[in-house]
Design a protein around this ligand. Structure first.
Ligand code: MCA
Length: 493
């Protein structure tokens, strides 16, 4: 194959079948092919070469999804960036990824231009104007399976974010496994309400339907009412648990409304068994929970046919090996929790320009350490119990306490802080800051802390609540006891 990922995405769809549809317009597979060619020509005009990185921080739209497909077609790798990232956060990604082009919304353009004067910048409007004038033919850039198709930043528990290198081979193999596991066919219409700056929305919810020759119904953002309205003509929804919690809060979510839907998938954060059960009671449909990571893509899935177990993420997908080990690296027996490790064709190519971090992420015998803790049951279903790190998952977005703590500690009057996730009905976990502050005039208020850190951190990382304490609980080693804080600060205590 010449360009494994791009060709796989267009191998099945009938020329006249709808590939992508949004409020503004729809594209058949033939039209989408031509549009990606125009956009790939536009990228060439902006001097993007095969092997380059193209960073994208832009609102969700058909044009920006097409731009992504064109980046793959042009042989470059996308660096997707959360639209909530501040300019201060972007500095690091731009310096580390060294993109040859950044596609950003116009309000961000001057700020980035001032901070990264040597990087070429295009707004989506510039790109689409170039594409409109470009040829609808483009010779797809040849790529090898081992070539980079994406660089996805995942924050480290300590230190800076790491760029997970995702290859053509890994992305293609994983999407192919999911098409089969979830029984996608050209008749499917997927409601796409996820953001397109993460693996879930950009790859899983895009590659799987396209590879199957199905249609994507693109919604600009998650809106529970709009999702329910789309159910009468769609067949699949992929979401994070917060989607399902918010859908359940709508009276319009009924058995009749969901009758035509054949599959509801949940991932990116733990789905509470109570949400699974409430959804099944209301709609008659069992949400299919699966488990993935930016590095490894999708690892496990509950079965399409067969028992979907609430509170379990299912068993390894074909081509994925999974094991649970104890501290000494020995296999844990069924029912006993340990560290979850992964090996397989979905494995990533390491961390960008960080050989030490890559080495540390793998065991001596080549298994990827996920950092998650869980156990396999007697039927081989994986049950995740938590994480080895203090990572917080809020509404499906990862928040690393160390980064938020550093920002809070820099606020004048703060002595020290600990950031934890507390149970939250809507977001799963809510970012919460526990702060020790100076007494007297310099004592910062909750409002001042939140305002000051907002200049540095994306809004979703901001604490939803700040709790002031006299001292943080520490163990004999001097380490803050976060588990204890989670207990003492839990709602109701
Ligand atoms: C928005 N806000 C949040 C979050 N999202 N706060 C905490 N956690 C969040 N996830 C804040 C905004 O900053 C804003 O704050 C206020 O909430 C309202 O913003 P809005 O944009 O209206 O929020 P929303 O539309 O209600 O968004 C909530 C959401 C969204 C629908 C849950 O966050 C979402 O689509 N999440 C999915 C994330 C995702 O795709 N994750 C996959 C990554 P203020 O009012 O103060 O300004 S993980 C992955 O890819 C792995 C591989 C996997 O396995 O899938």
């Amino acid at each position: 194959m010449n360009n494994p990922l791009f060709e796989a995405l267009f191998a099945t769809g009938a020329a006249g079948a709808t590939a992508l549809e949004a409020e503004d317009r729809g594209y058949s597979y033939a039209e989408l092919d031509q549009e990606t060619a125009r956009y790939a020509n536009a990228l060439s005009e902006l001097d993007v070469q095969p092997g380059d990185r193209v960073a994208v921080q832009a609102a969700k739209s058909t044009a920006n999804l097409i731009a992504y497909l064109a980046i793959v077609r042009a042989g470059a790798a996308i660096v997707p960036l959360n639209t909530a990232y501040t300019l201060a956060e972007l500095d690091y990604f731009i310096a580390d990824a060294e993109p040859s082009l950044i596609i950003v919304d116009p309000e961000r353009d001057p700020g980035i231009a001032a901070r990264a004067p040597r990087v070429r910048i295009a707004t989506p409007a510039t790109l689409s104007a170039l594409a409109r004038g470009a040829s609808p033919a483009f010779e797809t850039a040849p790529r090898a399976e081992s070539d980079l198709a994406a660089l996805c930043y995942t924050s480290g528990t300590t230190g800076r974010s790491k760029g997970a290198m995702l290859t053509h081979g890994a992305l293609t193999a994983n999407a192919r496994a999911l098409v089969a596991a979830w029984r996608f066919t050209p008749a499917d219409i997927l409601i796409h309400a996820l953001p397109i700056f993460h693996v879930h929305g950009l790859f899983i919810a895009t590659h799987v339907p396209l590879m199957a020759g199905a249609s994507i119904l693109l919604q600009p953002r998650f809106d529970a009412g709009a999702v329910i309205a789309a159910m009468d003509r769609a067949s699949v929804l992929m979401g994070v648990p917060t989607f399902y919690v918010r859908l359940l809060a709508q009276e319009g979510l009924t058995r009749e409304a969901a009758a035509g839907m054949r599959l509801f998938v949940s991932g990116s954060a733990p789905l509470l068994a109570s949400t699974h059960e409430a959804f099944a009671a209301r709609t008659g449909k069992a949400i299919l929970e699966r488990y993935g990571m930016s590095e490894t893509l999708m690892n496990t899935s509950n079965p399409y046919a067969g028992r979907r177990v609430a509170g379990s993420v299912g068993s390894p997908l074909p081509g994925v090996e999974l094991r649970v080990v104890d501290d000494a690296g020995n296999l844990a027996p069924a029912g006993v929790a340990g560290a979850v490790e992964i090996k397989g064709g979905n494995g990533f190519g390491g961390y960008w320009r960080a050989p030490d971090k890559t080495r540390a992420a793998f065991t001596a015998d080549g298994w990827f350490r996920t950092g998650d803790v869980g156990h396999l049951d007697a039927e081989g279903y994986l049950h995740l119990a938590g994480r080895a790190s203090d990572l917080i998952i809020s509404g499906g977005l990862n928040v690393y306490p160390a980064e938020v703590e550093a920002a809070i500690d820099a606020v004048s009057g703060v002595i020290e802080s600990a950031v934890i996730g507390l149970p939250n009905a809507d977001l799963g976990e809510a970012v919460t800051a526990v702060v020790v502050a100076e007494e007297g005039e310099g004592r910062p208020s909750e409002a001042r802390i939140v305002t000051e850190i907002s200049e540095r951190l994306a809004a979703f990382k901001r604490p939803k609540r700040v709790i002031f304490v006299d001292a943080l609980p520490r163990n004999a080693m001097g380490k803050v006891e976060k588990a204890r804080l989670r207990r003492t600060c839990a709602p109701g205590n």
